[in-house]
Write a protein that binds this ligand. Structure first.
Ligand code: CAA
Length: 242
């Protein structure tokens, strides 16, 4: 039997790539989206046999068209959506440009609306679905230099709770996973001296591995997790206990 189709946004690198590989290994049929990095996407598809589609998750119409194309190609509907794509544009508020604010809110938060909107009718109609939103410890606790990112990631948690309420009676669960600092390209951009100070605040004493975040997603996707909805599962090494 064909596994359920799982779509992971921002899935060719970092946490998203680990989620796609894990769900594949668990017997789901994974497809990923990406936006900028063609070389990484080609390498990912070549190495893992997981198809990668290019579109901008901040673009509402592109999401609708993209999801329909994925479903046509696969010959089956998307039943699992992982809203993982996200960017940072760190700056203190008194230096932040409207562009830096807008980019992060559009890419990280509005993308959840755009993508969820493109799959929700089908999930409700068929009576089964999983939506997992990848938020961040910095949406839970706030982070110096990230008013935009903390707002977007906290917004994802509210979005998760509201959509969970709307979807519960339709067999569709909606949850968030909140990773702490994880070994990815995004975190590698932070100044090394600053990173040393951040790691010192993580009780486990290291960054998360992408596979450890993927494990939390796999748990929530599982058929046995049908009674878990509207929650935020932290994977942060004890850095912040909410
Ligand atoms: N707490 C308190 N003070 C801080 C601070 C912090 N976390 N970070 C910086 N400061 C202080 C600096 O020490 C400095 O003070 P002095 O002038 O007295 O030395 C002052 O604030 C200004 O700092 P900078 O010179 O660094 O200012 P800047 O404008 O050049 O850069 C910044 C500011 C871009 C926010 C930079 O500090 C930075 O990159 N911070 C990292 C933010 C961060 O953690 N981002 C996470 C990215 S990873 C991610 O987001 C993934 C995820 O989900 C976890």
């Amino acid at each position: 039997m064909m596994g359920k189709l799982a779509l992971i946004t921002g899935g060719t690198r970092g946490i998203g790539a680990a989620i796609a590989q894990r769900l594949s290994r668990d017997g789901y049929r994974a497809v990923v989206t990406y936006h900028g990095n063609d070389a990484a996407a080609q390498a990912f598809t070549r190495d893992h046999g997981i198809p990668a589609y290019k579109w901008d998750v901040a673009d509402f119409d592109a999401c609708e068209q993209g999801v329909r194309e994925v479903e046509r190609d696969a010959g089956q509907p998307v039943e699992i959506l992982v809203n993982n794509a996200g960017v940072t544009r760190d700056a203190m508020l008194h230096k932040m440009t409207p562009e830096q604010w807008r980019t992060v809110l559009d890419d990280d938060l509005s993308s959840c609306f755009n993508m969820s909107r493109a799959v929700i009718d089908g999930l409700r109609l068929r009576g089964w679905g999983r939506i997992i939103n990848i938020t961040s410890v910095n949406g839970q606790k706030g982070q110096f230099g990230q008013t935009n990112y903390s707002a977007a990631k906290a917004g994802m948690i509210g979005f998760t709770k509201a959509l969970a309420l709307e979807s519960a009676c339709k067999g569709v669960t909606v949850n968030a996973v909140a990773p702490g600092y994880t070994a990815t390209d995004m975190v590698a951009k932070v100044d090394p001296a600053l990173m040393e100070r951040i790691v010192a605040q993580i009780p486990v004493g290291r960054l998360a591995r992408c596979e450890e975040v993927a494990h939390a997603v796999a748990f929530l996707v599982h058929d046995d997790s049908g009674f878990i909805t509207g929650t935020t599962l932290s994977v942060n090494g004890g850095q912040y206990l909410s």
